[in-house]
Ligand binder design. Structure first.
Ligand code: KG4
Ligand code: ZN
Length: 358
């Protein structure tokens, strides 16, 4: 079936068409219009500016996604839109556009939880293990700008949050560390680039031997805390202001920060796998684009639990996109007994900034 997905929860206006069946989920078109440059000036996403950009871009983006897929709206079997969580002014643009078009085109429409979509991005064809039969329980390590959660799934579309951050999300910590080091916005990709180049640098006499804490490493639960780690980077810079004028020292700070984050994420993930008898681990959310995290988590799992699966999203579907919204909608659609009710959802679907995963 052909599904049109729409995503506007934060700072990407996205629309995509997938062709989904029992044989897999093929992405036919995937259009993402990023507002990164607009928000960079402010050092973070400004909700009302985001909404204005979404409003300007939403129809052209949807229209490009149909054109690139070489289809007309009549051919669609289903529409899907992110209904939450996210920035309310941004979500409203996507849901209003989706509801209006669903009414005009007479198409069923499903509202999708943004984090559920990040998880289902792993099941788009072409991913590492996506062809293998998915073995439950699945554990999703969700690491994005707004969320850091360990989510246990005993079956499709059933979620239990078994661990989460008590303060900053991982992506947020990356962004704040980038700001402390004056590296620009969004921080994740830049910090990770600096961290990677630290390793390839030759031994430097300039290095300070920085080391940052692994917060809540030894706590008995699977919760995280990243705000202290970010503060530790801030204190390192305050005590060693030369960091700000040295590319070498910035690389060292980024590397040591990233190591502390990855060590903690791996430790908690492995503990959860053991406790819950997990058979497949998935990585999800914008920070899943981090190459060191992708590689090190995979190695750690293989070493300690050689028989469990490890799935990571294709880089194209790690950050916010609409193919993942359509992919999640396919599983939701299959699970519904009363599909006809969706014909009327243009009347009832609401954006919900604090939507919970259930
Ligand atoms: O999922 P996402 O695109 O948006 C939200 O739903 O929040 O995640 C965005 C977050 C940002 O904080 C960004 O800095 C981070 O993902 N990110 C990364 C990398 N690429 C993006 N963090 C670390 N390493 C990366 N390579
Ligand atoms: Zn996201």
């Amino acid at each position: 079936m052909l599904i049109l997905g729409i995503e506007t929860s934060c700072d990407e206006t996205a629309a995509a068409v997938i062709n989904a069946s029992d044989h897999g989920i093929e992405v036919v078109s995937n259009v993402v219009s990023s507002q990164v440059k607009l928000h960079a000036e402010w050092g973070g996403v400004v909700p009302n500016l985001a909404a204005r950009e979404h409003l300007k871009n939403i129809l052209p983006v949807i229209s490009s996604s149909l054109q690139e897929a070489n289809i007309v709206p009549e051919q669609l079997d289903l529409m899907a839109v992110t209904s939450g969580p996210g920035l309310i002014p941004a979500l409203l643009i996507g849901t209003t556009a989706a509801k209006t078009l669903a009414y005009l085109w007479k198409k069923p429409l499903i509202g999708i939880h943004h984090i559920e979509a990040h998880i289902y991005a792993n099941l788009i064809s072409g991913n590492s293990d996506s062809k293998e039969e998915l073995k439950f329980p699945v554990l999703a390590l969700v690491v994005s700008g707004g969320h850091t959660q360990l989510i246990l799934m005993k079956e499709h579309l059933r979620y239990e949050i078994v661990g989460q951050t008590l303060d900053d999300a991982v992506g947020e910590a990356f962004d704040k560390v980038a700001r402390i080091l004056d590296l620009g916005y969004p921080g994740g990709p830049i910090v990770s680039k600096y961290a990677d180049s630290f390793k390839t640098d030759a031994e430097s006499k300039e290095w300070l031997g920085m080391r940052f804490p692994r917060p809540m490493f030894d706590s008995k639960n699977f919760d995280f805390s990243f705000s202290g780690l970010k503060t530790a980077v801030l204190y390192a810079v305050k005590s060693n202001p030369q960091i700000l004028s040295s590319e070498t020292l910035k690389k060292e700070a980024c590397f040591q920060f990233q190591e502390a984050v990855i060590d903690t994420l791996i430790h908690k993930t492995l503990g959860t796998v053991e406790k819950y008898g997990v058979k497949t681990v998935m990585l999800a959310g914008g920070v899943s684009a981090n190459s060191e995290l992708r590689a090190r988590l995979g190695t750690a799992i293989k070493n300690r639990f050689p028989n469990i699966g490890y799935i990571i999203p294709n880089i194209s579907y790690s950050g916010d996109n609409a193919a993942m919204i359509a992919a999640a909608a396919y599983y939701r659609w299959n699970s519904l007994e009363d599909k006809e009710a969706l014909e009327e959802s243009w009347k009832t679907l609401d954006a919900d900034a604090n939507m919970s995963l259930s």
